[in-house]
Structure formats: C-alpha cells, structure tokens
Design a protein around this ligand. Sequence first.
Ligand code: FAD
Ligand code: NAG
Ligand code: NAG
Ligand code: NAG
Ligand code: NAG
Ligand code: NAG
Ligand code: NAG
Length: 637
Amino acid sequence: MMAPPLPALLLAFSLLSIPSQARILFPFEQRQLTKEYVASLSEADQALFGFDDDLSTLAVNTTDKRCRYGPADGKWPAEKAWTRLSKQLSTADALIKTTPQASVCYGTAKDDAKCQTLTASWANSYTHIDDPTEVLSPIYQGLTCQPPTIYNSGSCSLGGYPSYVIKAADVLDIQLGINFARNDYLRLVIKNTGHDFGGKSVGAGSLSIWTHGLKDIQFFDSYTDGSYKGPAVKAGAGVQAFDLYKAANEKGLVVVGGEGQTVGIMGGYIQGGGHSPLSSMYGMAADNVLGFEIVTATGEFLTANSTSNPDLFWALRGGGGGTFGVVTSVTVKAFKDLPVTAASWTFDSAKLGKDKFWTAAKAIFDRSTDYVDNGIYTYFILSPSTNGKDFTFTMQPFFAPNRTTQGLNVILAPLQSQLTALNIPFSPKITEYKGFYPAWQAEFSLETQSDVQTAFGSRLFPRSNFASETGRNVTFTALRQTAEAGQMIIGFNLAPTLARGGNPDNAVNPAWRSAVLHAITGLRWDVKASASDIRAARTSFTNGTMKRWRDVTPSSGSYLNEADRLEPNWQQSFWGNNYAKLLQIKKDWDPKDVFWAANAVGSEGWVVESVDGLPNENGKLCKVNGTTAAVAEEAKF
Ligand SMILES: Cc1cc2nc3c(=O)[nH]c(=O)nc-3n(C[C@H](O)[C@H](O)[C@H](O)COP(=O)(O)OP(=O)(O)OC[C@H]3O[C@@H](n4cnc5c(N)ncnc54)[C@H](O)[C@@H]3O)c2cc1C
Ligand SMILES: *[C@@H]1O[C@H](CO)[C@@H](O)[C@H](O)[C@H]1NC(C)=O
Ligand SMILES: *[C@@H]1O[C@H](CO)[C@@H](O)[C@H](O)[C@H]1NC(C)=O
Ligand SMILES: *[C@@H]1O[C@H](CO)[C@@H](O)[C@H](O)[C@H]1NC(C)=O
Ligand SMILES: *[C@@H]1O[C@H](CO)[C@@H](O)[C@H](O)[C@H]1NC(C)=O
Ligand SMILES: *[C@@H]1O[C@H](CO)[C@@H](O)[C@H](O)[C@H]1NC(C)=O
Ligand SMILES: *[C@@H]1O[C@H](CO)[C@@H](O)[C@H](O)[C@H]1NC(C)=O
C-alpha cells in the first residue's frame, strides 16, 4: 500500500515552525562588528571602536571625569575622529550632525517661507517622529529652538538636542556608536520615535542612536517557548503601532501594542510595560515578549530570552527603555484576530447642568471594575472648559474586544438604567468591527505633540479603591478636585492582570496588577513664565495635585512611561518591590553607566546640570556630589 501524500498545508506549516534552538536574525542584525575586524584596525581606530572587556565599575576621576565630555571640552573627539566613525558606519550619511528643524526661523539660516511651513506643521507628531532629534515633549529639550510663534527662544541653539546622531541601519552601526561613546566618555542616548514623556530620548552634548529605521517584521505560525506554542512576530526596534497592526491584520492576527497610532512598540513602550486596548484580555505588552535581541554596554550583541541571559530578559520586560542596552528587535506572541465593538459618548455640563454632569461622570467611574473584568479598555477625557466654569466628559472609545453590540449593551445596561432613572439622557454611538485593526484605526485619533508649557503626571488606581462606596467617593473626589482646579484628566480603564494566563514573573510595575484605572493629568503654565515661576508651578503640581492622588492610593504607583519627571520616590513608584533586583541587573550589565536616562533604573548617581535649573536635558550629565552609592565607590578609587 502506498503512503498517502503529505497534505501541502501541513508541510507549509511545519516549514514555518521554528526549531527551538535557532537564533533568527533579520538581515540588518546579521551585519555586525566583530572582534576580529576590530583587531584588524589601526591602533587609533581600535581605541575608538573596540569592545569593552572590563566589566568593573566605572572609576570616576572627579577632577577630570565628573561629567561626560561635551563639545566644549578638550577631550571631546576631534573632527577627525567623527570622520573615522562616519567611515565605519553602514552608509555615508548615517552620521548626522544635529541641525534643529527650527533653525530656519533664526539667525543666518533664517528663511521665512520655510519657517512658516514648519510652524504650520509643528503640532503634527510626524514632524517630530520622523526627525532624527526632535521629541514630542519639547520642554525637556530646553526649548532652545522652537518656531518663534510657538516659543520665542530669541536664537537657535542645540540645547538638549544631541550633537550627533547615528541613523542606525544595522547592528554594526549600533555597536560602533556604543563603543565610540563609551571609549570616549561621551553621553549616549537612544531615540526611537521621541514619544517619551520625560525627555529620555534627548541629551545635550550626546551621541544619539536613532532606531526609527529598523522596520523589519517577520511572522511565525508556530513558535514554541515553555508552555507557549502559537503564532509570534519578530519586529525591528523601529516598528510603530500602525506598522505592526497592519502587518498582523494581513495575517489574521493581533498583537498587544499601544493605543497611540505612532508610538514605537518595540522601543521604550514595551520595555516600560506597555498598556494596550487588548490589556484587559492579554496583559501588558511586556507580558507577551518571547525574546529580545540587544546590543549591551560592552558592544556585544546577544539574545535575552527565557533560556539565554534570563536576568536581562526579566529586566527588559518592564524595567524601562534606555537602561540596559539598545534593543534591535523583539519577538512577541500574536493572537488570532477578534471582532471588536466600540462605544463613544459625551456629557457636557453646560447642557446637562453641573449636578447631573458630576452624577453621570461618577456613575461611569463607579463601574470601572466591571468594565475591565469584561475585557474592556476605555480611553476618556474629563476636561474643564477654557472659562473654567463648565466641563465635558468624553468617552472615546469604550473598547470591547470580542464583543458584539448585544454583548456591549449588556455591559452598559446597569449604567444605562441608572442614568435613565436620574433623567440623564444616554445614547452612546456603538460601532461593530470585524477585527481589531479597523476598530483601532477608526477609534483612536492621531495625538499631537505636547505644548511648550505643560508637565504631566499619572497614577495607577487599584481595584480596592472601587470596592466600597466610601472608596469610590474619596477617589472620585480627588479626580473631581483636579478638574475643578482647571486641569484636564485623561483616563484609561484596564486590568492587565492576566487572569487567564497567570502573571509572568517580569519587571513590570506590580502596581499594574491591581490597577483598574490609569489616569494622567497635566499642569499648564503661562508661556512667558520665568524659570522660577515654572519651578513653583511644578512644585504645586507634584506636591499638590499629584500628592492628593497619591494620598488616596498609598500603596500603588505610577506608570513610568507616562509619568511626572519629578515623581517623588520614583524607584518605588515605578517598580515597587522589583527595584532592588533591577538595580542589581543594571550593575551587572552596565557597571559604567554607559546608558543613562532620567529616572531610569540605576540613574541615581548622575544628574543633568541644566543651564536654567529646570528639570530638562539642556546641560551636562554629571556625577551627583554627595553620599550616593556611586560616589561611595569613587572613594575607593
Ligand atoms: C501620543 C502618545 C501615545 C502613547 N500611547 C501609549 C499607549 O497606548 N500605551 C502606553 O503604554 N504608552 C503610550 N505612550 C507612552 C509611551 O509608552 C512612551 O512614550 C514610550 O517611551 C515610547 O517609546 P518610543 O520608543 O516610541 O519613544 P522614545 O521617546 O524614542 O524612547 C523612549 C525611551 O526608550 C528608550 N528606547 C527607545 N528605543 C529603544 C531601544 N531600541 N532600546 C533601548 N531603549 C530604547 C529611549 O532611550 C527612551 O529612554 C504614548 C505616548 C505618546 C506621546
Ligand atoms: C533563546 O535564544 C537562544 C539564542 O538565540 C536560542 O538558541 C534559544 O533557542 C532561545 N530560547 C527559546 C526558548 O526560544
Ligand atoms: C585625575 O585627572 C587629573 C586631570 O587629568 C589628573 O591630573 C589626575 O592625576 C587624575 N587623578 C587620578 C587619581 O588619576
Ligand atoms: C471570544 O469569544 C468567543 C465566543 O464567545 C470565545 O469562544 C473565545 O474564547 C473568546 N476569545 C477570547 C480571546 O476571549
Ligand atoms: C458617597 O457620595 C454620595 C454622593 O455625594 C453620597 O450620597 C453618599 O452618601 C456617599 N457615601 C459614602 C459612604 O460616603
Ligand atoms: C516635593 O516635596 C519634597 C519633600 O519636601 C521635595 O524634596 C521635592 O523637591 C518636592 N518636589 C517638587 C517638584 O518640588
Ligand atoms: C559638585 O562638585 C563640583 C566640584 O567638585 C562643583 O563644581 C559642582 O558645582 C558640584 N555640583 C553640584 C550639583 O553640587
């Protein structure tokens, strides 16, 4: 008897499965700097580009090396050294000397037509994301070169922008950049999209590695890792939400990524945790990571996954961007696409009257636990009107994965009947979508750049706050007072508890596991405010408004990716009990602090000495004077 032929489909599937021992690299990851190549270089070039073999703690000579060298220092690499770096990089134009975009508005480069065009597109996030150095929270650059009608800086200077950028096209570029910066005692930063809320993707006098161009995506039908066997996707560090969701949609899959259209999923977002419209179903984005490819502080390129460098793997899932190395790609679980139904509605106190308005807002808030336990993710804005007298509440969207209109109505029914009984008209707009991608595209709008006069802060509100009427009242009052003081609130209901899969052991802030609401607020000051006025405003925000939020959530924390740069006790707030372990991993992998970012793990030993005394990146990165651990080690030297 003849054996039946192997069905073609089965064959195709088995070919796409991953033999579990293979290291799958993108073409851009196969072009690497090797020790053999470095050894073949001249002695001078070896000094510039060589790997680091010495993993002992940085010995800081406080006279000579108190601060990372900047362009005004004698030890800054000579023009010739930069030229030699440029020659080693993958392409002739990979090394970019920073020219702020708004230089066309000032001085000798002034060009009124170009300045006008730039000004008109300034609020558009793409103007900043697709630029090598621009960021979406410009206050942290130091506002030294904005279009004058937005913020008149009088002249244009580099401020907190890096001096040079490597537009990375392959792993080789990243290794060269890290080695060059480390060997020459320069400040190193990483920019992907520039979405960071706290200025972590810029730095004065630094060399920046720009990962935006690393856009490769590869799907696996079947990927095996421990108990997981299922579809997966490996995506380059530059892949953004819109890239990833589109590609997944074409395969009938979904991936846990951000709500924001342009956020860089495989950079700071996923390393900081990453909340998602799918989080109440599948947890944080970081919970779904299967492995990272990363260039570490020594210049070495390696894998961090459950079996290779598991300590680094643990830290990279929630420990924050810009801290442990430059990630070049991330492999994450993918799931079968699912239908989505979304609702949206608005309440306006001018139409409804204030009492009914607050009753309606509270009724929505009171049911937070119920929404998230039904797999829902919400995005709402509670906003005071410009005259400060009225308020609007906009739910856009109430996002229900795997629900039909009928299913959604069941979830909204208790709210509907409460509001009807109170004579508050409630008729949400409900739309059913066949899959995640069209729902996400239609329901989340493109967010703009932040303005030049606002600082943000956020808090995770735990389930226990919603368990009693007293708890709900006290919590809601704290939020209401913020809105009544004229501050806008952006809220997200989600519960990344992984009730279905069990919490993986990773570095994600434990406060996320009991949260059902993540809320952000901001404080806006006058655009002409002086540095001391801004400092006073920020104190009243951090230690006033945000303290009231902390006071009603004493054992919780804040989401590091959307936080106040002045968050008090940030180690506890961003990582809780995970911090001690994270700090040890940072010391093991980057004892010389090659990677540094504000409020990142292990950042305590350094501070940016900003020229205006405000918390921003416009100043040198220097060792903190005093009795920190890092300085105690210096004493030994
Ligand atoms: C409009 C908008 C929408 C957002 N939506 C969401 C959302 O839906 N969910 C959510 O959780 N958060 C959201 N965020 C917050 C977002 O998670 C953070 O801003 C995050 O830092 C963005 O990462 P990025 O790589 O895109 O940005 P960047 O500013 O380029 O980088 C952020 C940090 O990560 C580091 N980094 C970047 N790439 C790498 C890399 N390859 N290796 C190592 N370090 C790296 C940078 O050095 C920096 O410290 C949003 C932010 C904005 C402004
Ligand atoms: C982890 O990465 C290594 C090296 O790339 C690989 O050999 C190993 O199979 C990976 N482990 C898993 C569980 O995929
Ligand atoms: C520190 O640097 C200064 C200036 O370069 C030098 O004179 C001094 O000898 C150095 N100190 C040590 C202990 O190496
Ligand atoms: C989606 O709903 C279907 C039908 O109710 C159910 O069988 C399936 O498990 C759900 N999927 C998820 C991911 O919850
Ligand atoms: C909660 O607030 C409502 C509305 O202000 C009030 O009627 C109720 O008595 C409060 N309940 C508690 C337990 O404080
Ligand atoms: C808040 O108060 C603490 C303790 O008094 C202080 O150390 C900190 O600098 C204050 N924060 C701001 C932003 O003013
Ligand atoms: C730290 O000490 C140096 C001198 O050793 C001094 O120049 C510098 O201003 C000090 N910095 C701070 C932040 O106190």
